[in-house]
Design a protein around this ligand. Structure first.
Ligand code: FPP
Length: 217
């Protein structure tokens, strides 16, 4: 199962306590750790996390710099545990605008965890689905080739923080995804919330455009 998460609500979570927005992102990184640890127990094989969209460059410079530092710190701290637990890390999105010191850290994290088979964690950085589509498309390409280039179809898309939009995330890959929106802010999103979303997904009937029950026809 492929689960993708739009981790929204960090800033508002922090502001509730009168804290700077970055405190929300810091706490959000803890939720990322929890989700990665718990995902395999729920039958999740691929987890794609929206950490920084190409539109996020428009945020105040100190918030952007803080997020980049947080990511670098997260990678430095988590790679060893990921490796021990069979977690493979990959990064999707543009790399040419990221801080110059972050790029080799991403590459090292990817190569150090490349043997992981229990869970694939894809972290979207400087990511825009429209840009990814434009970069991937070649004349004569068919659906399968494009899907192979972009990555697996999403089964379940979760967005925290109360908003109900896709925000240029995995537009092609979400063609048949089930959507789960929750008002819970990302820093508060617990193992139980992830489990509830997966259970709700399992209870839904996915028809992929077909009619599965013909008994009423
Ligand atoms: C959206 O909340 C969240 C982000 C733009 C950043 C997400 C980053 C993290 C969860 C932390 C680092 C990630 C990893 C992979 C370690 P928002 O700031 O838009 O919240 P708001 O809507 O309440 O303002």
């Amino acid at each position: 199962m492929h689960v993708a998460i739009i981790m929204d609500g960090n800033g508002r979570w922090a502001q509730r306590f009168g804290w700077p927005r970055l405190a929300g992102h810091k706490q959000g990184a803890e939720s990322v750790r929890r989700a990665i640890r718990h995902a395999p127990c729920l039958g999740i094989e691929t987890l794609t996390l929206y950490a920084f969209s190409s539109d996020n460059w428009k945020r105040p410079a100190d918030e952007v710099a803080g997020l980049m530092r947080l990511l670098a710190h997260f990678i430095e701290k988590e790679v060893a545990e990921c490796r021990e637990n069979g977690v493979r890390l990959q990064f999707i999105g543009r790399r040419d605008r990221l801080p110059i010191t972050l790029v080799p850290a991403l590459e090292r994290a990817e190569s150090d965890t490349a043997a992981g088979r229990r869970l694939l964690v894809r972290i979207a950085l400087d990511y825009s689905s429209r840009d990814m589509l434009l970069a991937a498309l070649r004349p004569g390409m068919d659906r399968e080739e494009l899907s192979r280039t972009l990555g697996p179809d999403v089964d379940l898309l979760i967005r925290t923080g109360g908003e109900k939009r896709l925000s240029d995330f995995l537009l092609w890959e979400c063609a048949y995804a089930e959507f789960f929106f929750t008002p819970v802010a990302w820093p508060d999103f617990s193992e139980r919330d992830l489990e509830a979303a997966v259970n709700e997904f399992r209870s839904r009937e996915r028809r992929f455009g077909e009619v599965l029950d013909t008994s009423a026809a």
